[in-house]
Design a protein around this ligand. Structure first.
Ligand SMILES: C[S@@+](CC[C@H](N)C(=O)[O-])C[C@H]1O[C@@H](n2cnc3c(N)ncnc32)[C@H](O)[C@@H]1O
Ligand code: SF4
Length: 301
């Protein structure tokens, strides 16, 4: 049976920001560990997947309450050193002898330098065993700047990308506070599919303000026309503290009701299935077996 060990070992960058790195191990017996457990008490296991959080974004999206800081002046050298140290410490303290996959998430890790990503991967390979074909995913925001870095990310050791497309509709992208438009997404997907064939995922949010089942059905067709072999569909969650939350509270905009959301979800599951995308988690769909190794280490349905 697969279980997950969640450890967030250090919060050490500078006063405002935190480093967030997690090692998820596969255990034979279900055991819950909370923060504060003495690391020496942890059972030794040989397999783990590694999540590395890049906590910076260049702009705050109106719906997002993830752990992120808005900064265009990141000290990349310092972040690289901290992430390398954190990677080494986490792996050594956890006694894992094998890392099966790495996932760079955020925040916006595609704003990191390819050198930072390369150095973290190199630290993993120096500290433990990383299979030559291990999945190494990077979340990418499809702006012009970040699309231009994809080739260098590949040289750094990334072999799979997850693109935050969110919507194929420019007015919705504006409402969500995104920095890209539909054209940017198209360019990014095309470039990514050239560089990482079969290993490109796209993230889309549904249940957006004003969205109808009819508009969602036609948007799904556009998504299918450009997508590679993996799609993640997330229902928009109204998060307290976000701009979107305030707009809805003040009656300025409305989200589709629960029944409409459910219809959109069921429609998506059905349409994707018809096009060969098998659902392997609530929000994740893959065709031709292109499931994410990293995702499946966390959850399956
Ligand atoms: C936190 S973002 C990080 C990756 C990248 N910065 C981006 O925006 O694509 C990861 C995914 O979380 C999803 N997400 C964030 N906030 C959400 C919300 N309130 N409701 C639904 N999905 C959300 C988005 O779909 C996004 O693709
Ligand atoms: S959705 Fe992504 S880009 Fe937008 S604020 Fe959240 S982490 Fe940053």
């Amino acid at each position: 049976m697969k279980t997950t060990l969640y450890r967030n070992l250090s919060k050490c960058f500078h006063s405002k920001n935190v480093l967030d790195m997690r090692l998820h191990a596969v255990y034979g017996k279900r055991t819950q560990y909370s923060q504060g457990v003495d690391i020496s008490d942890l059972p030794i296991d040989d397999q783990a997947v590694l999540y590395v959080h890049w906590p910076y974004c260049s702009k705050r999206c109106t719906y997002c309450n993830f752990n992120k800081y808005i900064s265009r002046n990141v000290d990349n050298e310092r972040m690289t050193r901290c992430l390398m140290k954190e990677t080494q410490t986490l792996i050594e303290c956890s006694h894992v002898s094998r890392i099966n996959s790495i996932f760079f998430g955020g925040g916006t890790p595609s704003l990191a330098t390819p050198r930072t990503i390369a150095k973290v991967i190199e630290t993993v390979t120096k500290t433990t065993w990383l299979h030559g074909n291990a999945e190494v995913t990077l979340e990418v925001n499809p702006t012009h700047l970040e699309t231009g870095k994809l080739r260098d990310f590949r040289s750094a050791g990334v072999n799979r990308v997850s693109i935050g497309v969110q919507a194929l509709n420019d007015s919705d992208l504006k409402l969500l506070g995104r920095e890209h438009d539909t054209q940017d997404s198209m360019r990014c997907i095309e470039e990514a599919r050239n560089l990482f064939p079969g290993c490109v995922s796209i993230d889309v949010i549904f249940g957006r303000p004003g969205q109808t089942l009819g508009s969602w059905i036609s948007e799904l067709q556009k998504i299918l026309a450009v997508s590679d072999q993996h799609i993640s569909l997330y229902q928009l969650t109204l998060e307290r503290g976000t701009q979107l939350f305030k707009w809805v509270q003040n009656g300025l905009i409305e989200l589709p009701d629960e029944d409409a959301m459910a219809d959109m979800y069921l429609e998506a599951v059905k349409t994707l299935e018809i096009h060969g995308f098998k659902q392997y988690e609530v929000s994740n769909f893959a065709k031709n077996g292109a499931t994410s190794d990293h995702n499946t280490a966390y959850w399956t349905i």
